[in-house]
Design a protein around this ligand. Structure first.
Ligand SMILES: CCCCCCCCCCC/C=C/C(=O)SCCNC(=O)CCNC(=O)[C@H](O)C(C)(C)COP(=O)(O)OP(=O)(O)OC[C@H]1O[C@@H](n2cnc3c(N)ncnc32)[C@H](O)[C@@H]1OP(=O)(O)O
Length: 306
């Protein structure tokens, strides 16, 4: 946790929301530039199989750009890499905010990789689901300001990633859609997917949305509050960085404690039910009827192309 005081940055380590508020370990780091200032930009990229992560030392803002062809589907490998990168940024005292976006100009993320749920052993399914949980816990429970720059379609798990952020900016393109469409695949969004959506758009809209597996166009997503703002595609990153600077103008400790207060009950619900949630997933996904639904859905995706 970082507190800004008279130009000094007072920092504590650890994840506020997951582990409670930790005692402050003070270190003094002069903040040279609190707002994005391009002229003194010093990018520091790391890890680049499925995403690039670039931390601007001057602003304390990292950009995670997902780049797993063709559609940023969330495979076990992707999710593991994502969690490691989030952990690194969380531990990095220089980093105060993260913008999550995609290198694919049309797709933010296609959601969970369906191939990870089809025809796999229970052991693999369990490992995969733990990685999905970890991705969400790291993002929803982050101390950093998190902004989703949704520059393309974002179904299911992709929508979950956006819901886990503090703020959502979507490209204003009628072709892009976002939502939790699980029921359309014959599967069920787990309770923490549902909770994440309730916390953003409210109970009634979530029930409607989840039962029908609705995907919303960018303008309809804005109407129901699923995204906070629509911006022209080519302005989305500049705008996300400008919104970030507004969030970073708030003292970290006050914002982080507030964030934790709002999110802790939702996080705790998964943390206390983590193993049973994995078991539920494995049991559910192993059913013949669910495997059949996933097989048909995969075939439909392939046929759509031809
Ligand atoms: C009692 C309760 C217990 C509960 C227990 C839990 C139950 C399980 C919960 C599981 C939660 C699931 C969450 C998910 O995220 S499921 C995934 C949902 N995603 C989708 O439905 C998206 C499907 N894809 C699309 O709509 C389009 O592909 C998309 C709009 C993303 C892009 O369209 P575009 O035309 O640009 O590209 P293509 O359709 O041609 O796709 C290109 C190739 O990518 C493959 N593809 C697409 N999406 C996925 C995916 N999610 N996983 C794997 N592969 C994907 C597609 O098949 C094409 O492949 P080929 O090039 O080989 O043909």
């Amino acid at each position: 946790m970082a507190v800004l005081l008279n130009g000094l940055r007072l920092v504590s380590s650890g994840n506020l929301s997951l582990h409670g508020i930790k005692s402050l370990q003070y270190k003094s780091t002069r903040i040279l530039c609190q707002l994005p200032c391009k002229s003194s930009y010093q990018g520091r990229p790391f890890s680049n199989k499925n995403m690039t992560v670039e931390l601007d030392n001057n602003t304390g803002v990292a950009v995670i750009q997902m780049k797993k062809p063709p559609v940023n589907s969330l495979s076990l490998e992707f999710l593991t890499e994502f969690a490691i990168n989030m952990e690194k940024l969380e531990m990095d005292r220089e980093c105060r905010g993260v913008v999550l976006t995609s290198s694919n100009p049309k797709i933010f993320s296609a959601g969970l990789d369906i191939n990870e749920m089809y025809g796999k052993t229970p052991e693999h399914s369990g490992e995969f689901w733990r990685a999905v949980q970890e991705m969400w816990l790291k993002l929803y429970g982050s101390n950093m300001v998190t902004i989703a720059a949704i520059n393309g379609s974002s179904p299911a798990g992709g929508c979950l990633m956006a819901l886990a952020c503090d703020y959502r900016i979507m490209a204003d393109n009628p072709k892009y859609a976002i939502g939790l469409n699980e029921t359309k695949l014959g599967i069920v969004a787990p309770f923490w997917f549902k909770d994440s959506m309730i916390n953003v758009i409210g109970r009634r809209a979530t029930e409607h949305s989840l039962q029908l597996g609705l995907m919303y166009s960018a303008s309809n997503a804005l109407k129901i509050g699923l995204v906070d703002q629509l911006v022209a595609q080519d302005k989305i990153m500049t705008h996300a960085l400008s919104v970030m600077s507004e969030w970073l103008a708030i003292p970290d400790h006050a914002r982080q404690i507030t964030k934790s207060m709002m999110r802790k009950p939702t996080l705790d619900r998964l943390l206390t039910n983590r193993e049973s949630d994995i078991q539920n997933f494995v049991n559910f996904i192993s059913k013949d009827s669910i495997q059949k639904s996933l097989q048909l859905y995969l075939e439909m995706l392939k046929q759509r192309k031809s």
